[in-house]
Design a protein around this ligand. Structure first.
Ligand code: PEP
Length: 251
C-alpha cells in the first residue's frame, strides 16, 4: 500500500487573524495539484476562518496544535476535541516537544489526548523525538520507543492505522540544525520496526512518518527522498507560503 505523503505546517503562536488568513489564501493559491496532503496547523482562533478559506481546495487540510484531554467542563481557557471538530479541524498536533517542555505534557496525558482526538474523528499527528543529550548518549531510539509505548501503542490496530507520526529531534527544532538524511532515515526505519512489532508489517507499511526539525526548501528534497520519510512537520518555514509550497513540491 502506498503511504500518504504529508507536509504539515505548524504555525505555533504566530500570525494575527488577518495575517493567518492571508497565509492560508496564499498557500491555497500557490499549491500545485498533487497527491501530497498539505495541512495548515493554525492557532485555535484562526481555525474557523482558515477552514472557510481552504474549503474545497484539493488536498489542503486543517489542523489544531493541541486539545484538552477531557470531553468538556470546568477547564477555563481550554479547547476540546469536539470544539475543534466543530470548526473544521481534521487533524490535531499532539505531543509537540514545546508542549512537553513548557506545559509538562507527559506520556500518560498524551495518551488521553490521543484517545479523545480519535473519539471525535480528529487525526492525531503524534510527535516524538529526543533531546540532544539523549542522542549523544545514543539512547534516542529507546527514548522514542518509550514515547510511543506510553502514548499510542495502547491503541487498537484500527485506531493506530488512523494516526500520523512525526519524528522531531528536539535539537533540530527551530535551531537551524537539521538531522542528516541518514539520521532521519535511521530513526524512521526504527519507528516503522517498532510499529511492525506492535501491529504487524501491514500497519507499519501504511503509517506515514513525518520528519520535523529545521526542514526548509533547501533540504526537504534530500530528507524526503529517504525510504521511510513520508513528509515533514514544518515550523518556521510554514510561515511563508512560497517556502511551505516549495517544501510540499520536494517529493
Ligand atoms: C516544529 O516545531 O514542529 C518544527 C519542526 O519547527 P522548525 O521547522 O521551525 O524547526
Amino acid at each position: 500500500m502506498k503511504r500518504q505523503q504529508i507536509v504539515a505546517g505548524n504555525w505555533k503562536m504566530n500570525k494575527d487573524l488577518a495575517e493567518g488568513k492571508d497565509l492560508a489564501k496564499a498557500v491555497a493559491a500557490q499549491k500545485s495539484a498533487s497527491d501530497v496532503v498539505l495541512i495548515l496547523g493554525t492557532p485555535f482562533i484562526h481555525l474557523s476562518a482558515v477552514s472557510e478559506i481552504i474549503d474545497g481546495t484539493d488536498n489542503l487540510h486543517l489542523s489544531a496544535q493541541n486539545c484538552h484531554q477531557e470531553e468538556s467542563g470546568a477547564y477555563t481557557g481550554e479547547i476540546s476535541a469536539s470544539m475543534l471538530k466543530s470548526v473544521g479541524a481534521e487533524y490535531v498536533i499532539l505531543g509537540h516537544s514545546e508542549r512537553r517542555e513548557y506545559f509538562g505534557e507527559d506520556e500518560a496525558l498524551l495518551a488521553k489526548k490521543v484517545d479523545i482526538a480519535l473519539a471525535h474523528g480528529l487525526i492525531p499527528i503524534f510527535c516524538c523525538g529526543e533531546k540532544l543529550d539523549v542522542r549523544e548518549a545514543e539512547n534516542h531510539v529507546a527514548l522514542v520507543k518509550e514515547q510511543l509505548s506510553g502514548s499510542v501503542f495502547h491503541l487498537s490496530a484500527d485506531a493506530f492505522g488512523k494516526i500520523v507520526i512525526a519524528y522531531e529531534p528536539v535539537w533540530a527544532i527551530g535551531t537551524g540544525r537539521t538531522a542528516s538524511p541518514e539520521q532521519a532515515q535511521e530513526m524512521h526505519a526504527a519507528i516503522r520496526e517498532m510499529i511492525s512489532e506492535q501491529y504487524g508489517a501491514e500497519v507499519a507499511e501504511a503509517t506515514s512518518i513525518l520528519y520535523g526539525g529545521s526542514c526548509k526548501p533547501g533540504n526537504a528534497k534530500e530528507i524526503f527522498s529517504q525510504p521511510d520519510v513520508d513528509g515533514g512537520l514544518i515550523g518556521g518555514a510554514s510561515l511563508k507560503a512560497e517556502d511551505f509550497v516549495a517544501i510540499a513540491n520536494s517529493f
